[in-house]
Design a protein around this ligand. Structure first.
Ligand SMILES: C[S@@+](CC[C@H](N)C(=O)[O-])C[C@H]1O[C@@H](n2cnc3c(N)ncnc32)[C@H](O)[C@@H]1O
Length: 252
């Protein structure tokens, strides 16, 4: 992932692309992973706890969580996104939020500083997260599963984690976290579909997310048309998504 991908997207679209897209129709054969992830954070929150949002981008999700904690710190390496997040700081809800430009692999926080840390499709530097969490503290993540957008990536012949369809990201993450001394409280995979109403809206969505970091509306037109022809349903253009949700507790 190039370091300025998220700066570029935020400059172009005024924030983190996915977040500012309209909410397209979704179909959940099981449950909505975003809903589960948020519910789990809220369940573990309290007004005397301090939390960390890792890879907070433009702070939209951070703000939605802030009322449940005493204080939330949001960190990101994208200056443009953090600038947008800061611009919401007049909002009454954001008084207990502090943003800083920091690399999640090596933060400035003291050991055992946070009661809870969460990461919503951000980077996974588990050793550092373990260091800055209190004993008994919680780490929550909603991440991208290995089967995310497989059909689309196959047609493009490239994309995020291309070709790693058969290696369970959830299992790999759990193994790494358990080695560091975390206990599994909850862990599951979620598969669902999104439906885009038109070619143009699907194209705009792809411009704002890192599925293809080098996505180019002109150069990729033929490939996108091929996908759209094959995956247009009566609900819209279908995209298969895969997410994993983990709730871990630091026990040693
Ligand atoms: C997919 S976006 C998710 C943004 C946000 N969490 C959300 O749910 O809307 C990933 C974010 O992680 C940030 N990021 C990537 N690597 C990072 C790192 N090493 N340290 C801190 N932030 C990072 C990116 O700049 C980007 O804003």
């Amino acid at each position: 992932m190039s370091k300025d991908f998220y700066d570029k997207v935020a400059k172009k679209l005024g924030g983190y692309g996915y977040g500012i897209s309209p909410q397209y129709e979704k179909e959940f054969p099981a449950e909505d992973p975003e809903k589960i992830f948020k519910e789990k954070i809220i369940e573990l929150s309290s007004k005397d706890k301090t939390a960390l949002d890792i890879g907070c981008a433009d702070g939209k999700f951070t703000l939605s969580i802030a009322p449940s904690f005493q204080k939330i710190y949001g960190i990101d390496t994208s200056k443009v996104n953090l600038g947008i997040a800061e611009s919401h700081s007049d909002d009454g809800r954001s008084k207990n939020v502090e943003y800083s430009l920091q690399d999640a692999s090596n933060t400035s926080f003291n050991d055992s500083f946070f009661d809870l840390a969460y990461c919503r499709r951000g980077p996974s530097y588990y050793e550092e997260y373990c260091r800055i969490l209190k004993p008994e503290g919680y780490y929550l993540e909603i991440g991208i599963g290995e089967k995310d957008c497989t059909e689309l990536k196959k047609i493009f012949g490239r994309g995020q984690n291309y070709g790693k369809w058969d290696r369970s990201t959830l299992d790999e993450n759990l193994e790494e976290l358990q080695k560091l001394g975390f206990k599994v409280i909850f862990a599951d995979n979620f598969h669902y579909f999104e439906y885009y109403p038109s070619y143009d809206e699907f194209d705009l969505f792809l411009q704002g997310v890192p599925i293809f970091e080098d996505f180019d509306s002109e150069k990729d037109k033929k490939l996108l048309q091929k996908y759209v022809e094959k995956f247009t349903t009566d609900k819209g253009i279908q995209l298969s998504r895969h997410r994993l949700v983990m709730v871990m507790q630091k026990v040693s």
